[in-house]
Design a protein around this ligand. Sequence first.
Ligand SMILES: *[C@@H]1O[C@H](CO)[C@@H](O)[C@H](O)[C@H]1NC(C)=O
Ligand SMILES: *[C@@H]1O[C@H](CO)[C@@H](O)[C@H](O)[C@H]1NC(C)=O
Ligand SMILES: *[C@@H]1O[C@H](CO)[C@@H](O)[C@H](O)[C@H]1NC(C)=O
Ligand SMILES: *[C@@H]1O[C@H](CO)[C@@H](O)[C@H](O)[C@H]1NC(C)=O
Ligand SMILES: *[C@@H]1O[C@H](CO)[C@@H](O)[C@H](O)[C@H]1NC(C)=O
Ligand SMILES: *[C@@H]1O[C@H](CO)[C@@H](O)[C@H](O)[C@H]1NC(C)=O
Ligand SMILES: *[C@@H]1O[C@H](CO)[C@@H](O)[C@H](O)[C@H]1NC(C)=O
Ligand SMILES: *[C@@H]1O[C@H](CO)[C@@H](O)[C@H](O)[C@H]1NC(C)=O
Length: 601
Amino acid sequence: MAPLYLFLLLSPLLAAPAIGADEEVPNRYAVRRAPPGGAGVNAAAQEYLDPTFPLPRPPAAAPHCTVPVLSYSFGDTYGAAPAKASYAPPAGCPAPWSLVVLTFSAYCAGDQYDRVAAVWLDGAELLRTTTAEPTPDGVGWTVRKDVTRYSALLRSPPGGVLSVMLENVVNDKYTGVYSVNVSLEFHGTPPFLSSSPAGGVASNDPEAPPLPDSYFQPADLIIPISDGKGNGKNGFWFRIQNASDSHSKLVTIPSSTYRAVLEVFVSPHSNDEFWYSNPPDIYIKENNLTTPRGNAAYREVVVSVDHRFVGSFVPFPVIYTGGINPLFWQPVTALGAFDLPTYDIELTPFLALLVDSNAHDIGLSVVDGIAEWLVDANLHLWLDPSSSDVHAALGPYQTPRLKLSRHYSTRLLDGKFKIKAKRKSSFSGWVKSSFGNFTTEVETELKATSYVEFANEGRNKTVSLEVKQETKTLIRADTRRVIGKVEKEAKYPLSFFTETEDGENGTSIVTVSLSHGLNVETEFETKGFENKEKLDDQQTAMGWMVVVDHDVVNGSVTTTQTYRFSDEEREYERMIDVMDGAVLSDNVTESFSAMAGIAVV
Ligand SMILES: *[C@@H]1O[C@H](CO)[C@@H](O)[C@H](O)[C@H]1NC(C)=O
Ligand SMILES: *[C@@H]1O[C@H](CO)[C@@H](O)[C@H](O)[C@H]1NC(C)=O
Ligand SMILES: *[C@@H]1O[C@H](CO)[C@@H](O)[C@H](O)[C@H]1NC(C)=O
Ligand SMILES: *[C@@H]1O[C@H](CO)[C@@H](O)[C@H](O)[C@H]1NC(C)=O
Ligand SMILES: *[C@@H]1O[C@H](CO)[C@@H](O)[C@H](O)[C@H]1NC(C)=O
Ligand SMILES: *[C@@H]1O[C@H](CO)[C@@H](O)[C@H](O)[C@H]1NC(C)=O
Ligand SMILES: *[C@@H]1O[C@H](CO)[C@@H](O)[C@H](O)[C@H]1NC(C)=O
Ligand SMILES: *[C@@H]1O[C@H](CO)[C@@H](O)[C@H](O)[C@H]1NC(C)=O
């Protein structure tokens, strides 16, 4: 057994006996074991992936341009300003576009931790991503994201600046340098210019005008809610350090705005990377531990307008590739790690507060958050083309209270910590533009249950998080008739069990079994158009690893991922089985109702 003082000297960042055992679990690790099959000097780099629905292929006849924007190697970039490149829309493919895809390709060889990265255009975030952990033979991967909704930014005249931040540390031990290419791919004429969808159906009901076509298209204007400076070492991220640390930006929006949606980007790091497994402070204090990873296991991101609550969400618990057991995420990453989910808050009911040509404060904070959360947002605005002023008023506003119940019991290093959270809110507001007088009603219900149990003197840990968030949005015409409806239900269950045992020569053997899911159902209805989308993404993983300090030196794992997506026209399913870094099977089943055929690969 390594004596404790040696541990203290070698590892100042872990200068205390951590939770329970002498290791904090879950934790972030770097894999330093030989790659499976032996370290071949000329072994090919392995391709890593996060299975998602393949982006729709546009019609072959549509014009198509690819703009390479940035190519950069992120070596020892910690504390450096973001990498920058100038951007101009392609002359050969003028706006509007049916589809714009951002491609983020990366390659890295050596030893390295996972890192967080983001891509911004003129301070508005387009992609939040994390890196795969490299092997000595190298790993490469490509993230493709549909960024059509940012058309307003992408079509802005030349002079645009694209920035990429990736905070990496390179030294004698951690050698991996991340090479990154970012490009944008533009596809031609959107279908709404050739055939009219949704709200474009001619109305024979003069008393209930349909929602305008533009309502369903990308916003006319996007205002970044980010740290405007962006040049210094902080990038454009707001860095939230604690529960009372709220970050905000003052914005003045056009008085012709008839619809507004705030899209929030968020990722937790350092002491809150594994927030869903943090014990309450009382446990840390009772056991004389000094770990900063406390404040119990509930977090909620809150959005405010002029300090008034306008929406919130429990963030989906993304596990980065070094997290819990990094061998699980080779070569299939954890859900969302390459393209972190973003969260839309409908602000249309609150337009009355915003369209007065004055500056207003849009704020972001994290309930019970500890250092640190990287947060920013994009304010998507739709403008009335025929009038410079809308009229608007805020309707019933039910002050939403967060109901939190906590039940903690501790006995030395053992403990059971249960939290139940519930928040219900309902907002309404009308906006009269040249399109008509539309009332938007938004009802949300958020429920979460968090359970963390430490047993066997803290060596056995059970973590379970269940989140369900329902949002119902109704749009009514002057006559009170419903002319648009969106119902969305998101659920994300996460559970895992870890057992830590002492191995030989100061090693720990950590055994983990994990199950993680993301289920989102969206139903959308408007005059002449209906759609139902279902996403069901599921991972299960189990196995063991041998850990020295934060290095994984041996282990064996299996991971299974099942990704299912369907809407009215398509069904797509992909099932992948992985063992010790090798893909054992990768089955894709696809069907399109238009083709009425099933392709099995
Ligand atoms: C980036 O682009 C360059 C030039 O096309 C290419 O040589 C390199 O392999 C690319 N790197 C990645 C990580 O895609
Ligand atoms: C929260 O963080 C902010 C920003 O770092 C700091 O100024 C403030 O003192 C902190 N508050 C508490 C209660 O720790
Ligand atoms: C924590 O420290 C206090 C004061 O030194 C001591 O009385 C107590 O027994 C310690 N508790 C544990 C669980 O070690
Ligand atoms: C710890 O976990 C192991 C493996 O599941 C189990 O055999 C053991 O009984 C557990 N110990 C306690 C005290 O729960
Ligand atoms: C818009 O509709 C709401 C709800 O029906 C109504 O209360 C309001 O007076 C209308 N506004 C105008 C300017 O007509
Ligand atoms: C533990 O260390 C000793 C001395 O360095 C070595 O002989 C032994 O093989 C090591 N055991 C393991 C399992 O690595
Ligand atoms: C890893 O563990 C396996 C199974 O216990 C063992 O056979 C192998 O020798 C270990 N490898 C190393 C490098 O310790
Ligand atoms: C893929 O299909 C094969 C053959 O039908 C089957 O044996 C395997 O279990 C499937 N894999 C997954 C992950 O479902």
